[in-house]
Each structure stands twice: as C-alpha cells, then as structure tokens.
Design a protein around this ligand. Sequence first.
Ligand code: ATP
Length: 464
Amino acid sequence: MTNKNQDNKMEKIVSLCKRRGFVFPSSEIYDGFSAVYDLGPYGVELANNIKNAWWRAMTQFRDDVVGLDSAIFMSPKIWEASGHVKGFSDPLTECKKCHSRLRLDSLLEDAGIFADEKMSEDEINEIFDKNKDKIKCPNCGAKDFTPGKKFNLLVQSNLGNFTGDWSKEPTYLRGETCQGIYVNYKNVLDSARVKVPFGIAQIGKAFRNEITARQFIFRTREFEQMEMQYFIKPDTQEKYYNEWKETRWKFYLDLGIKEKNLKWHKHENLVFYAKEAYDIEYNYPFGFKELEGVHARGDYDLSQHSKHSGQDLSYFDVTSGEKFVPHIVETSAGVGRTFLAILSEAYTEEGEGDGARIVLKISPKLAPIKIAIFPLLKNKPELVKKAKDIFDELKLIWKCEFDDNGNIGKRYRRQDEIGTPYCLTVDFDSLENESVTIRDRDTMVQERIDIKNLVSYFKDKIEK
Ligand code: ATP
C-alpha cells in the first residue's frame, strides 16, 4: 500500500470505530477531551477478548505465572524509589509561532535524526541545535522552537491530601502497572506456591501526561497495560530472556497477526540498569511502531524497593542454599496498541459496486460477536421464535447477537463490518427439517447445519 492509502486506511479505521461503536472520543458532547478515548459496545468486547487471550496465555496455559490486581494509587514513595519522580520525562519543545507543544525526540526522529527520550536535556539540545534547519513544526511548518526541556510524565492527584495545596505531597496515578507487581513480589512469594523462576501478571490502567498524543488510540494519556514480570536467578537471564521473546512473538501470530507485519527493534541506548531491551513493533498504517517491550531489567527494581523500603526482598533458594535478589525479565504490552494492530490487520475492503463490502477479518477468538442469529423475516412469528430459541441456547456459550432488522444482505454487511465470523439464518426450511444456514464471513460460503449439531459445529470453528 502507498503512504496515501495507508493514511486513508487509518482514517477509515477511525471512522469505522466511531460508526460501529468500537471507539468514541472522550467527552464528545463537551467538545472532547484530548488524548482520552472511550470504548463502545463492540470495542469493550474486543478489548476484553484481547485481555482474556493474554491472561489465559500467561496465567492459565502455564504453571509458573500467577495474576495480581494492584490498586492504581500507591504510596508516592514507590515512585521516588522507581526513579519516576526524578526521571520519568520526555523532552518538550514549543513552536514559537503556533505554540504547539511537541516531543523533541519524536520531532528529531521524524526528520531522520537519531534521538532518544532517555538522553539528557543537554545531549538532546546539542543535537537539536545542530539540526535546527531540518526540523519543521508538523502543525504550522515554522522552524522556530524553544529549547528542549524535560517534562515529567507522571500524573498527580490530591488523593488523601486535604491541605488544599495540590503541589504539597502529591500522590500519583500509576505511570506503569509493574510497580504494583514489584512491591507485591514478597506477598506473592509468601502466599502463593511459587518458586523462582516465576512470574506475576497484571492488567490495568496506567496514566501518563504524554506531550503529543497522536495516532488515535496508539498514544493516549489514560491507557491499559498487560505486564508480566518474571523473577529469575541472576545467571539465567539469557535463557529466560530468549524464551520470553519467542513466547511473546508467537502470541501475536496466534492472534492472527501476519509475521511480515511484526519486527524486533533493539534499544541501542539502554537505561543504565537494563541488560537488554527489544520492542516488538507492528506495522501500523503510520509505520512500524512499538507494540510491546520485552526487557531484561537486572535486579534494579527489587534492589531499589529494598533500599527505599528497608525490607529485605532477596530470595532464598532452599535447594541450592543460595540467597540472591532476583533479576527480572519483563514483558509489557498495551491493550490499545494491540487493539489497533488487530483492527489494522483485519480491515479489508472487497468487491465492487453492489457487491462491495468492508469486512473485519478478526480471528474468531477475538471477534466481539461470534455468531449473529437472524430470522429470515421479522413478521413471521414461527421464524422469530425458532431463531430466538437458538439465540437463547448459544448465548450461554458465546457472545451472540439477534437481529431481525432489514434484509439479510444488509444484516450480513453490518456483521462483516464488526467482524462477526458466522451468521446463522432461520428460514422456512428450518421449520421443516430442523436445520439452518450458516454463512462464513471471509469466504461468504453458506452451508446447511442441523440445529442439534450447532454447538459442536461452532466449538470446532470458534475455539480451535
Ligand atoms: P513509547 O516509546 O511509545 O512512548 P514506552 O517505551 O514509553 O512507549 P513502555 O513504558 O515500555 O512504553 O510501556 C509498555 C507498553 O505500554 C508499550 O509498549 C505500549 O504498548 C504501552 N503504552 C505506553 N505508553 C502508552 C500510551 N501513552 N498510550 C497507549 N499505550 C501505551
């Protein structure tokens, strides 16, 4: 696809998300609220299915990872210990003409100049000064900017603060979910039957004061993360790091993402404690961008929390008699970024003229609605009743939708656009011979199936 078509594809996805109830801009009736989005009826189903797939892959299909749901608010001391209060920042610049606030590392990167959000203010400003003539404001085209300044991304709140002064003793909305895992590591160790190596998985909201939030749900100020921290013996890092890289890559293939649309990006400029860091990038309509990080974090996190809390967070290995602070391999993915990758992958336009259709070829596992059930005609009570009976049976197992509105062709098109893999129609023959027509979303082929065999038929199709 050319760049123009890709831009177009993004617009089409955004429009479909609104039109069909996947994603709504926040606070729309009040002119919106920047960089925050709401999930509509089909969006919440898709997001839940993504989270379920991840949760099952982490905590159900393996016996060495347990789950956790820590609170969004935590002691502010955690964010001091983790380094976020001092160092969780992106370089900010402002266009002197239109006053847009922009992320300096992204501006440089877009102009083909290597930069990293982890560089110091002086380092990045030096690169900025050298390349000033190459950098234009993406909003007005001007080339006049303020010097880069580090801007902290932590979102503050007044929770539990009754002084009336927001700046005193701020509490923070968590900037990442994994800190809740580190500070509960000992609780889990003492209560669940786990031994190193083991992992703790968590899905939850995180908040960041992103400077430029662009590209729809790719970068938002409130978002959801799916993070897993794997606690290991220090000398086993290479083995587990490679295993997790492989596992996480395969996860996306299992969700139906084509391998050619994924790539590894190695971090060249590692934060001082990181041992190795790669991101899995997905080929979004705006190019390859980070979908998930797989990072070897050494013992930084537990050591910091041990130092700041005064608690011993080391592990005693009863078999070898060794005592050590576990090292960590982390996998950290965004729900919104996975959601957008799934939609980009699935969005398809087919046919021409009357036969033209938009279809979301989402894997049945993730599809918001698995089966749509139609009576052929809505004014024939026998058909409606039979279709309702089938709906009442299948809804106990899968998310189904009953629809008796409009002609069958229109009902098919609507289900195609929300990615429903199977449409089931009850017609006059159904009353005679207890069978129904099932139409496949991707091939549009229809087959006749006996009503008594529907559950096993769909089990095979949806859960395989
Ligand atoms: P980026 O470089 O794109 O800002 P990051 O390296 O800061 O991302 P991490 O801190 O590693 O991201 O977060 C882990 C994952 O959380 C990311 O891979 C991404 O999927 C998700 N994520 C991070 N920030 C956002 C955001 N603002 N909006 C949506 N998802 C996000």
